[in-house]
Design a protein. Sequence first.
Length: 158
Amino acid sequence: MKINYLFIGLIALLCSCADNIESPIINVERLYINGDSNFNYAYQADDLPALKIGDKVEIILYLDGMGSELQTFQLEADDEVATVIDFKQSIVTSEGNLTDAENGRLRFADGVMYTQLRVNAVVQEVDESNAVKMNFYLSSKAECESAQEVLELKLNQE
């Protein structure tokens, strides 16, 4: 019988977390294509021009824990683009190998509740799908839901 009460207590705790704490958010603040920032990114991918090999994309992201400390950020991109994350060294932890910026993973230092990151991408190749996706994931120490933002860019085979 005690096990049932413990299980119910854990469920209630998880539900209260979801009710009281908001999930972290990822906002695309600015999008530059080959240095041009005349693109209104409100996730209107159809409004963006098709990219070709060598085109450079710069994405400014605002990350917010919504009252909780940030825990991890992960960037996963299709092989057609090479990506680099630009960030302030003071926002990430140097403990162990928790931060691996070359592979798109950042582990935030204690006390970081919001920050801004810059993701630079260069189109390396164009395949038959004519599109490339970059997935951004963010979690906070609240251990509630995490955030995901998907940026899809069209590619031009010319």
